[in-house]
Design a binder for this molecule. Structure first.
Ligand code: AMP
Length: 208
């Protein structure tokens, strides 16, 4: 199954994806995670991407598209994948469609995790992330419940950057909801509920 996860930053896409990986082993391709790994590793891509990420802006399309193309060609993505944080604008969505069609593949579902903006702001402000495994928790998690790693606040979860990221989401990414609705593959779930309830809905919608 080939899935795109849509939703504002902090909507809970990553949390749902982590559960789907745990239970069904679907390859999880999160461009934010790939980019953060490149920044941490000090690669050329990381150096180029960092300034955009710190400002809450989108990294230039071609850099991210190349990253996704490479990741999609890996073995574990051949059976199916879950894209998280990609596409982020129409150029990326159209490129994804044509890359997949050249490979004789297509998307089965675009799943929108829908959460009101005021809840998103609260969530992002209190979000803490594990430095080692990427687990997403809250300010109450003093250490990672998965791997006991150190929890930290992402640089782009600061109040000024959050506002910019949400502006970018509204302007560039939210039009993708209509794009995928037009393709007849959009599914919407209410992400403003307990994480277990959202997950039950996610599985139902995906037929898993
Ligand atoms: P995320 O972890 O998905 O919130 O992404 C963190 C940051 O990485 C974003 O604010 C962007 O700067 C960058 N990023 C992630 N995915 C993309 C993408 N598909 N296109 C452009 N920039 C991206």
């Amino acid at each position: 199954m080939n899935i795109v996860l849509l939703g504002a930053p902090g909507a809970g896409k990553g949390t749902q994806a982590q559960r789907l990986v745990r239970d069904f082993g679907i390859a999880h391709i999160a461009t934010g995670d790939l980019l953060r790994a490149a920044v941490k590793g000090g690669t050329e891509l990381g150096v180029q991407a960092k300034k955009y990420m710190d400002a809450g802006e989108l990294v230039p399309d071609q850099l991210v598209i190349d990253l996704v193309k490479e990741r999609l060609s890996e073995d574990d993505a051949q059976e199916g994948f879950m894209l998280d944080g990609f596409p982020r604008n129409t150029v990326q969505a159209v490129t994804l469609d044509s890359e997949l069609s050249a490979l004789g593949r297509e998307l089965d579902c675009a799943l929108l995790v829908d959460v009101p903006f005021d809840t998103i702001i609260e969530r992002l402000s209190s979000r803490r992330t594990c430095r080692d495994c990427g687990y997403t928790g809250t300010v109450q998690d003093t250490q990672c419940p998965n791997c006991t790693g150190e929890m930290y606040q992402r640089d782009d979860d600061s109040p000024e950057t959050i506002k910019n990221r949400l502006d970018v989401y509204e302007k560039s990414t939210s039009p993708l909801v209509e794009y995928y609705r037009g393709q007849g593959i959009l599914q919407v779930i209410d992400g403003n509920r307990d994480v277990d309830v959202v997950y039950a809905d996610t599985r139902k919608v995906l037929g898993l």
